[in-house]
Design a protein around this ligand. Structure first.
Ligand SMILES: Cc1cc2nc3c(=O)[nH]c(=O)nc-3n(C[C@H](O)[C@H](O)[C@H](O)COP(=O)(O)OP(=O)(O)OC[C@H]3O[C@@H](n4cnc5c(N)ncnc54)[C@H](O)[C@@H]3O)c2cc1C
Length: 400
């Protein structure tokens, strides 16, 4: 019996769901999951790690634990370097992986919009290693008596990071947010965005609205208005662009490098190659724009890509994705937050609780009760937040 080789590239929100879905079915298929790490990272919670409110172990989970033990599953920890869709091979730093079917789920990277010095002088929260670098810098600022932090980007990530830092390190750290558009959270309900702005201002966070950053220097951020904000630590949360591997492989992509797929998530002109998550340009139901790069959609897309792999292996036609946007929720520090779910607009503790519930829902979906129990144990045994955020001299030997 010859097994069909299915390669899944990326073990993030989309990739893990695709693998889990395929493994639920009894198929003559061998699955190879390729990721540069052997952990699944909960990217949406990186701001907590950065601010010292969460341990790194609380936002990354071994892929082996999330996926069922199966002789049909092989995991390859390797850096994907390129793709040859004609030869049907993936090149990695640990050799080539031939495939018959493919799911591209390599996610995205920070988008700097050509702002000079941003990549060199700003840190990001894209993956755990970068969030841990922010955490270390905040700690050393605190140890040296305080400092100024500039967050470039007033979207969900930027405001949550600012709120969390302000709640835990407020007396030593002065925070500014730079937002290119006239309001923070431009895609959010206006009332909820105003609520967040009031909360941030009450936390003494300075907001520069409608002023894009034009240059990031080692110790300041320049705005297009000519204003220059001194900065000891600049954090870039200004947006993402798709992973470039599909574009470099000559697959059809949009202007932002996202691979073009049809409603079934199949790459145009490449039957049997699917894409899901931030890497893909997936048409919205009305076909007018692309679905946004969010975790909740990446999960649904990964599941559908997995289902469609199963369908094509069985000789059936792939089915269209029916994406459901459930809403948004964000935490502003320990006690406040917003949620925009269906008809409901929640603020304060209720908004915060919805944000935490959304996380639990995700953890349950990806790792079942086992993962929830592990999280409950970790949060019960975690040191108090102040201790996590304390300067290094009080915590000799700490690594993050
Ligand atoms: C800081 C931050 C905060 C966010 N907050 C929210 C939020 O609050 N709510 C929300 O809905 N969305 C949020 N998002 C968006 C959300 O995280 C993404 O939409 C989601 O992660 C996309 O899932 P994905 O599977 O496409 O990519 P990822 O989850 O990023 O997974 C990609 C995987 O591919 C692997 N990989 C990448 N390149 C390579 C390579 N060359 N070789 C091998 N492996 C590779 C990575 O290790 C990773 O495991 C946030 C994003 C960021 C950056």
């Amino acid at each position: 019996m010859t097994l069909v080789r299915v390669a899944i590239l990326g073990g993030g929100y989309a990739g893990v769901r695709a693998v889990q879905e395929i493994l639920r079915h009894d198929l003559d298929a061998e699955i190879v999951l390729v990721d540069r790490g052997h952990y699944h990272q909960v990217v949406t919670e990186m701001y907590k790690v950065a601010a010292g409110a969460e341990q790194p172990s609380g936002v990354q989970f071994p892929l082996r634990r999330l996926l069922p033990a199966s002789p049909r599953l092989m995991m390859l920890q390797a850096e994907v370097q390129s793709l040859d869709p004609r030869e049907r091979i993936v090149r990695t730093d640990r050799g080539t992986v031939p495939y018959k079917r493919l799911v591209l789920a390599l996610g995205s990277a920070p988008e700097y919009y050509g702002v000079a010095g941003a990549e060199e002088h700003a840190l990001t929260l894209r993956y755990l290693d970068s969030a841990v670098r922010v955490r270390r810098r905040l700690r050393s600022l605190r140890a040296s008596g305080g400092g100024r932090v500039v967050i470039v980007g007033g979207g969900l990530t930027g405001v949550q990071l600012a709120g969390e830092i302000a709640d835990h390190l407020a007396k030593d750290i002065h925070i500014s947010i730079v937002q290119a558009t006239p309001a923070i959270l431009p895609e959010e309900d206006e009332e909820l965005a105003s609520y967040v702005e009031r909360e941030l201002v009450q936390h003494n966070i300075k907001i520069y609205r409608g002023e894009p950053a034009s240059e990031v220097l080692p110790h300041s951020v320049k705005l297009t208005s000519g204003c220059e904000i001194p900065s000891d630590l600049t954090i870039w949360t200004g947006g993402v662009r798709a992973n470039q591997i599909p574009q470099e492989a000559g697959l059809p992509c949009d202007g932002r490098g996202r691979v073009l797929v049809d409603a079934q998530l199949e790459v145009e002109g490449h039957p049997g190659v699917f894409a899901a998550g931030d890497i893909a340009h997936i048409p919205s139901p009305d076909g007018k724009h692309a679905l946004p790069p969010t975790a909740q959609l990446a999960v649904q897309e990964g599941l559908q890509a997995g289902r469609n792999i199963v369908r094509v292996l069985r000789g059936d036609e792939p089915q269209a994705l029916h994406a459901r946007v459930l809403g948004t929720a964000a935490a502003i520090g320990d006690r406040h937050g917003i949620a925009n779910i269906g008809r409901f607009r929640l603020t304060g503790r209720a908004g915060h609780a919805m944000h935490e519930l959304a996380l639990l829902r995700y953890l349950y979906g990806v790792g079942g009760l086992g993962l929830l129990r592990r999280e409950a144990y970790l949060s019960w045994s975690r040191p108090p937040r102040e201790e996590l955020a304390a300067p290094p001299q009080h915590r000799a030997g700490s690594s993050a």
